[in-house]
Design a protein around this ligand. Structure first.
Ligand code: SF4
Length: 52
């Protein structure tokens, strides 16, 4: 089952499914470079990503 409300464009991830869906059981999103504060969406990223 895919995660409701999650839209993902990372097709090279093993959890990615057709229709920009994610079928991981949960995802972890972190700030680039560590810390707890991002100012732009580009500074965040999914750490549940796994290459296919
Ligand atoms: S785990 Fe992250 S990168 Fe992979 S499909 Fe899900 S949201 Fe996208």
């Amino acid at each position: 089952m895919t995660l409701p409300g999650v839209k993902c464009k990372v097709q090279s991830c093993k959890y990615w499914k057709q229709g920009e869906q994610c079928d991981a059981s949960a995802i972890e999103v972190n700030v680039d470079g560590g810390g707890m504060s991002a100012r732009q969406s580009e500074q965040t990223n999914c750490h549940t990503f796994m290459p296919k």
